[in-house]
Design a protein around this ligand. Structure first.
Ligand SMILES: *Cc1c(COP(=O)(O)O)cnc(C)c1O
Length: 471
């Protein structure tokens, strides 16, 4: 199986090649030439597999160039009860009102990004080692993505991580999580500026082609194909836990930002997993909800993006959305190029004539949640079920409750734990004890390692050079 670009102007690549890629050279996103198909026999055989064995079966369909034995080893080291808290890895529970929640956030950073990042860290190390290469990840984070990347790549051979964050803008918990890592290959850089300044520095370094090549600079953002493929696995796992046989159908409701998580659900459905609806839940930054209700995609600028109490969904453009539009257009790269030209010049596009197909063939629906909805939902679930859910998961539950049909099984994906968002939880339910996993007790008291720098590209380049030239 080879991988092609949504813009159609990149030579086909193997799985190992796309794994280390960001955007395709033509500006598109990489996708498999076709989606592998599953049938009833495969589903029956997979129903009772352990998570790691399920991951092996699914990933191997997409990665024929990775020898089976090696892939087995990688998934076995990745999906352990030690890293993800339970032997089931992503257990499914049911709220009093019948809505199901699939736990994806019991990894090291308490957010679903660990599910894919932990896999990617091991895959990166494997591929780099095999090819005798090194990779230096340069990233900017406002909290979640950076910590998931650091926990996935800490101590990995052939990889260094340089992570920029805005000084003083993250929560105490997020700061402690990242800066307490003492691994030699993790370099935390706090920039005296905002998150956008950090992103600008990353772009400036990326645009210096000589520097980028000389120091093997790469990224791990949400468009990485390895992350998407790892996420496909938990849609299968959730389906098996929520059903007794393969004639039943379920719907998934997914708190969404960059469309990476639900894009994996779309792929699982295209592979033949009996998914009924894929429900996109957004916060006040509702470009996706607008699209799935009206067919109009009107991305916004950073300045038009709201800062909300579900911050990991605060996006103005959904970077993985192009993958879905590629499929929706009948995999027509010319159409995608034309539409993204309109995205580039700020007008966006209107596909309202496709709405029936988007709903009936692809199963996509959407809804939106606001700060008030989020607090109300956190409070309601606390009262009815005695458990605290995080603000992003609350957005999903709010939308699932609003859209649920008679007899429909909806699985809401739990994208983070309440322990990461004390302030919003307290605002919703008052001062209560917010459970925190044992491993993270006393986190804020650990010694921290970080360099504070002015908002300046050269200073960051010097840090990278010093680290790589003299190591
Ligand atoms: C990243 C993130 C999301 C959004 O996921 P996408 O793949 O960008 O749609 C939702 N919730 C939390 C907690 C996240 O960290």
């Amino acid at each position: 199986m080879n991988y092609i670009s949504t813009r159609g102007q990149t030579a086909p690549k193997t799985f190992s090649e796309v794994l280390l890629m960001g955007l395709a050279p033509d500006g598109g996103l990489m996708l498999p030439e076709h989606y592998p198909q599953v049938n009833g026999i495969m589903l029956s055989n997979w129903r009772n597999l352990s998570y790691k064995n399920l991951a092996f079966e699914i990933v191997s369909l997409f990665a024929p160039d990775i020898p089976a034995e090696d892939l087995h080893d990688i998934v076995s080291r990745t999906y352990t009860a030690d890293t993800f808290g339970t032997a089931e890895i992503t257990p499914v529970r049911t709220l009093k009102d019948g809505i199901k929640i699939q736990a994806l956030s019991n990894g090291p950073t308490l957010a679903f990004k660990d599910m894919a990042m932990q896999f990617l860290g091991n895959m990166f190390e494997y591929v780099l080692n095999k090819e005798g290469k090194q990779l230096n990840i340069l990233g900017a984070t406002s909290g979640d993505t950076g910590s998931a990347a650091e926990y996935a790549l800490r101590g990995k051979k052939g990889i260094n991580v340089f992570m920029l964050s805005p000084e003083g803008k993250m929560s105490d918990f997020q700061r402690a999580q990242m800066f307490s890592l003492q691994d030699d290959n993790i370099v935390n850089i706090a920039v005296q500026g905002m998150f956008d300044d950090c992103q600008d520095i990353v772009k400036a370094v990326q645009n210096d082609a000589d520097f980028k090549q000389r120091y093997h600079i790469g990224t791990v953002n949400s468009i990485n194909w390895g992350r998407i493929v790892a996420q496909v696995v938990y849609y299968f796992a959730g389906y098996f836990r929520a059903t007794d046989n393969n004639h039943q159908r379920v719907s998934f409701c997914v708190p969404s930002g960059n469309f990476g998580n639900i894009c994996a659900g779309h792929i699982a459905k295209q592979m033949g997993l009996p998914i009924d609806r894929l429900i996109v839940a957004t916060n006040e930054n509702d470009v996706l909800d607008q699209f799935f209700r009206s067919g109009e995609y009107r991305p916004r600028t950073t300045a038009q993006t709201f800062v909300t109490s579900s911050p990991s969904m605060d996006i103005s453009k959904a970077s993985n959305f192009e993958r879905f539009i590629f499929d929706l257009s009948g995999r027509n790269a010319d159409t995608v190029r034309r539409l993204w030209q309109q995205v580039g010049n700020g007008t966006g596009f209107n596909l309202s004539e496709k709405l029936p197909e988007i709903r009936e063939t692809y199963g996509f629906y959407s809804g939106k949640s606001t700060h008030t909805d989020r607090l109300d939902t956190i409070r309601a679930v606390y009262q009815s079920d005695g458990e605290l859910i995080d603000p992003h998961t609350a957005d999903g539950i709010k939308v699932a409750r609003a859209l649920r049909r008679e007899g429909e099984t909806i699985i809401c994906l739990e994208t983070a734990l309440a322990a990461k968002f004390n302030n919003t939880i307290t605002e919703a339910v008052g001062k209560v004890a917010i459970p925190r996993p044992d491993k993270l007790r006393g986190l804020e008291q650990l010694p921290q390692k970080v360099q504070i720098v002015p908002n300046d590209v050269e200073t960051v380049k010097i840090i990278i050079r010093n680290k790589l030239d003299y190591n």
